[in-house]
Every structure is written in structure tokens, then in C-alpha cells.
Design a binder for this molecule. Structure first.
Ligand code: HEM
Length: 506
């Protein structure tokens, strides 16, 4: 039967498109890939889902596609895990299979093709780097050794706020001062070195280098060349910018800090050779365990992983405490009852459960790395009955695990009490039973080793601020803005608000 001409004109051109979707549908189902939106050639789902694949968007997609779903971003696969049972598989039971990290053209540059620890694949190099970093950074002995120094840096912040008349009246944006404090804490641990003030040219340079690195690495500007290999030549300018920044940045760390330690170590001779973390790392390099480049990439990793994450958490905690004065008073009361005027120190933090619950609640509601650092399977793997193609980027939506109303009571509320009541026993790190709903530091092999430093640092800062100041919104402002700015790697406060620090009379 001949087709009417209008039918042919309208429908014939659609046949290849329909055929493509049918073939795609059948092949997805026959190869048992996780569900996900239908993708188009070359672009995959990229044009549908856009660039900003943040924790909230991915959580809402999980309502449609399920607890593991697959997005195609050009030539790359992104598997998104949104429930505790599957998170257990990725991070724990199948932790080796999913224990690598994906990189892209830009991360290849910033990690020297995986010469670092954070972004290297799971294997001998990662194991060696993690072992070498553990002794000088991530043990209880390190915490005991340095906690006095942390407190000195924190007391200096309290002192500066007390001196600042503006902080008591119209208020200040405290972020920059806390940033200096955290740089000093980390640089004293790493190099026995510190910055004099926010105006110290070396501090300005270090923060500039690090924030430019974060901007270039996290930008969506280079997605087109990353997702669509054919377009990679157009990225040349961008990649050159990254290369130039990285070589100047590593030279800066080397010249001003690492080389200084090498000289001091040489001058001290064998006897007092090691006095800070990088001395240990240099020692491992001298013994031939790692290369000089690896030393610099360890410095780079600490700069990236340790400082801003802890700073975002502090900003969130302060913002929530300003908006919840009763929580501030409860912390203050707890400290005065338990410590009766004696200072809070690292060794007695465990006596302050409400303070610790406040830290936990901050990291739950405002998970600083909401999708963890992406994982990757080097080989094809099975997850939840589906096939995850090899070299997929696998993200665990840790923010959603900790904010899904199916698993938490009134998750949108900032309520530290939950960790003393219905959630008592829920810990960021496993004492006994692992709770995969609460993973602000990840879990398993690639989990954050810095938790051992971050939790006491956060507890101490909050304790010092709350016991010395009533933190308030400026006059005329009822609540400070807690809108968030999200991205693949970070969830930070969108606006660095002004806070009034009203000294509490002793
Ligand atoms: C990895 C969170 C502070 C060093 C990670 C991961 C998360 C995280 C979610 C990835 C886990 C995974 O992929 O499964 C945080 C948060 C912090 C914090 C929320 C502060 C509140 C620190 C500090 C240090 C540090 C202070 C170092 C002094 C690292 C390193 C890794 C890592 C080296 C990579 C581990 C690996 O790949 O094997 N962190 N972190 N972090 N973090 Fe942290």
C-alpha cells in the first residue's frame, strides 16, 4: 500500500532516530547496565543533565532512576550510588574493585599523572604513599604532639577578635582569619613554618595558588574537551594555563618550604634530623622509597585536601550557631559544667558530647564533600545486579545518604540532639558497626585519613569561639544566609556572612 506523501515527509526522517533509540534501549537492557535517562550519540546525557551535577540534582534523579543509575557524559560513564547498602558495596565489600580514582586531562596535570596519593589508582603506589603519609600526619601521636600548637593558633584568633572593635559592633567576615589559622596549623605541622599575618606576601601567594588550582580543576569550562575526545585539541589553551600554574605552584612549595627543610635537615645532621611531617617524607625519599616529585605532590595533596574542607566546615558550624543561639548556650553550659572554667583541650573533648554532636550535625547537614572524592573501577564490575562498565566514575551521594527523609527524622533541621537521641551511636568512623548513612569522611580503603585531625580541630575551634563569644547576626539581620554553593567536590556556604563576636565576660 503506498504511503500518503505527508506521512513520508514527516515520519521517514524520524526512522533513523527511532532505530537509534531502540537499539540503544535493547543494548542497555541486554548488557544489564544500570537504568538512566536515554542518551544521544556523541553527547550522551550531557545536554539533558547539564554541567552542574550537584548532590541535590543527583538525589532527585535517584528518585526516578533508582539507587544506582548511569549517566553518559559524552564518552564517559558516571554511576551514581544513592543508598546505604550499595555504598557499603562500593566502599567496603567491593572496596578494591571500586578503589581507584578517575582522572581527566586536567587532573592528569595537577597530579603529574597520578604521582600523588589522593587521585592515584588503587595499587602499589597508592599503598606506599598512604603508608608514608600516615606516620607523620595521621596518628594519635601526631594529634597529641600538635594539639597544643593548634590551641595556640586558635587562641590567637580569639585574641584578635577581642581586639577588633568592629567585630563586636558591626561584625566581621571571619573566614579569612580562620583560613590563616588553618594554613598556620597545617604549615606548622608540615614544615615548622608559619605566616605572620593575612598580609604576609607568602600567605597571599599560597592562597592564590591554591584557589586558582581549585578553580581550574573544578571548573565546568573544560567538560567539552573531557567528554568529547574529538574536541580535545580545542582545550590546548586551557591545559597550558593549568600546566603553567602547576609548575609555578610546585616550584613555590619547593623553593619556600621543601628546600628549606632539606637545608635544615642537612645542617642538623643525623641526630635531630626529623622535626616535622615533611622531614619524614624527605627521609623516605632519601631512602629511595619515593621520588622528589612524590614529595611535592604530598605537599600539594595536603594543601588541597586538608585546609579548605576544614574551613568550609567551620564556616557552616558558625553560621548554624549564629542562627541557633540556644545551641550555642547549650555548648557553653556543657563546657562550664564539665570543665568548671578550665580550658577545653584535645584530651578532654570526649567529655563534651553535645559539642561533638554539633560537629557531627554540621557535617551531616552540610557534608563538605557531598559526593565523596569520585571512585573508579579499573575493570568491569557488578553492582546491585547491574554491570558497571570498566573505568566508570562512581560517586556515592554521601549528602543524600545523610539527608534522605526515609532514613533520618526531619533531616532538614539543624538539631545536634539527634546524635544523642535517636542517632546515638552513629559515628563518622566505625567504632563497631559501620553506619553507611553517615559518611562525611567516606569509609574503607580510600576514606579520609585526615578525620583524626579534622574532628578535634573542629571541636576545639567551636569550643573556643562559643566559650569566648556570643556569635550573633549583625543588627537588623534576623538569620544569616545559609544558602549553599555546590559542585562535584565541594559544598560550601554561598555567602561569607558577617558575624558579630560579642565577648562573654568571664
Ligand atoms: C579523602 C572528607 C579533612 C586528607 C577524603 C574523602 C572525603 C574527605 C569525603 C574521600 C573519601 C572517599 O573517596 O571515599 C574530608 C572532610 C574534611 C577532611 C569533610 C574536613 C572536615 C582532611 C584533612 C586531611 C585530609 C585535615 C589531611 C591533613 C585526605 C586525603 C584523602 C582524603 C589524603 C585521600 C585518601 C585516599 O585517596 O586514599 N577526605 N576530609 N582530609 N582526605 Fe579528607
Amino acid at each position: 500500500l503506498p504511503l500518503p506523501p505527508t506521512f513520508s515527509i514527516i515520519f521517514l526522517p524520524l526512522i533513523p532516530i527511532i532505530a537509534y533509540f531502540l537499539i540503544h534501549f535493547i543494548s542497555n537492557h541486554s548488557s544489564n547496565l544500570p537504568p538512566g535517562p536515554l542518551s544521544i550519540p556523541i553527547f550522551g546525557n550531557w545536554l539533558q543533565v547539564g554541567n552542574d551535577l550537584n548532590h541535590r540534582l543527583l538525589a532527585s534523579m535517584s528518585q526516578t532512576y533508582g539507587s544506582v543509575f548511569l549517566l553518559k557524559l559524552g564518552s564517559k560513564n558516571l554511576a551514581v550510588v544513592s543508598d546505604p547498602a550499595l555504598a557499603t558495596q562500593v566502599l567496603h565489600n567491593q572496596g578494591i574493585e571500586f578503589g581507584s580514582r578517575p582522572r581527566n586531562v586536567v587532573f592528569d596535570i595537577f597530579t603529574g599523572n597520578g604521582q600523588d596519593m589522593v587521585f592515584t589508582i588503587y595499587g602499589d603506589h597508592w599503598r606506599k604513599m598512604r603508608r608514608i603519609m600516615t606516620l607523620p600526619f595521621f596518628t594519635n601521636k601526631v594529634v597529641q604532639h600538635y594539639s597544643n600548637m593548634w590551641e595556640v593558633e586558635m587562641d590567637q584568633v580569639v585574641h584578635d577578635l577581642n581586639k577588633d572593635e568592629g567585630a563586636k559592633t558591626e561584625g566581621i567576615v571571619v573566614r579569612k582569619r580562620l583560613q590563616l589559622m588553618l594554613y598556620n596549623i597545617m604549615y606548622r605541622m608540615m614544615f615548622n613554618a608559619k605566616f605572620e599575618s593575612q598580609e604576609d606576601p607568602l600567605f597571599i601567594e599560597a592562597t592564590r595558588f591554591n584557589s586558582e588550582r581549585s578553580r581550574l580543576a573544578q571548573s565546568f569550562e573544560y567538560n567539552y574537551g573531557d567528554f568529547i575526545p574529538l574536541l580535545r585539541p580545542f582545550l590546548r589553551g586551557y591545559l597550558n594555563k593549568c600546566r603553567d600554574l602547576q609548575s609555578r605552584r610546585l616550584a613555590f612549595f619547593n623553593h619556600y618550604f621543601v628546600e628549606q627543610r632539606r637545608k635544615i635537615m642537612a645542617a642538623n645532621g643525623e641526630k635531630h634530623k626529623i622535626s616535622c611531617a615533611i622531614d619524614h617524607i624527605i627521609d623516605a625519599q632519601i631512602k629511595g622509597e619515593i621520588s622528589e616529585e612524590n614529595v611535592l605532590y604530598i605537599v600539594e595533596n595536603i594543601n588541597v585536601a586538608a585546609i579548605e574542607t576544614t574551613l568550609w566546615s567551620m564556616e557552616w558550624a558558625i553560621a548554624e550557631l549564629v542562627n541557633h543561639p540556644t545551641i550555642q548556650s547549650k555548648i557553653r553550659d556543657e563546657i562550664s559544667i564539665v570543665h568548671k572554667g578550665a580550658p577545653v583541650t584535645e584530651s578532654n573533648l570526649h567529655e563534651l558530647p553535645y559539642l561533638q554532636a554539633t560537629v557531627k550535625e554540621t557535617l551531616r547537614l552540610h557534608t563538605p564533600i557531598p559526593l565523596l572524592v569520585p571512585h573508579m573501577n579499573l575493570e568491569e564490575a557488578k553492582l546491585g545486579g547491574y554491570i558497571i562498565p570498566k573505568e566508570s566514575k562512581v560517586v556515592v551521594n554521601a549528602w543524600w545518604l545523610a539527608n534522605n527523609p526515609a532514613w533520618w527524622k526531619d533531616p532538614e533541621e539543624f538539631r545536634p540532639e539527634r546524635f544523642l537521641d535517636e542517632e546515638c551511636g552513629t559515628e563518622a568512623v566505625a567504632g563497631g558497626k559501620v553506619d553507611f548513612r553517615y559518611l562525611p569522611f567516606g569509609m574503607g580503603r580510600r576514606s579520609c585519613p585526615g578525620i583524626i585531625l579534622a574532628l578535634p580541630i573542629l571541636g576545639l575551634v567551636i569550643a573556643k569561639l562559643v566559650s569566648n563569644f556570643e556569635m550573633k547576626a549583625p543588627q537588623g539581620v534576623e538569620k544569616i544566609d545559609v544558602s549553599e554553593k555546590g559542585g562535584q567536590f565541594s559544598l560550601h556556604i554561598a555567602n561569607h556572612s558577617t558575624v558579630v563576636f560579642n565577648p562573654i565576660k568571664a
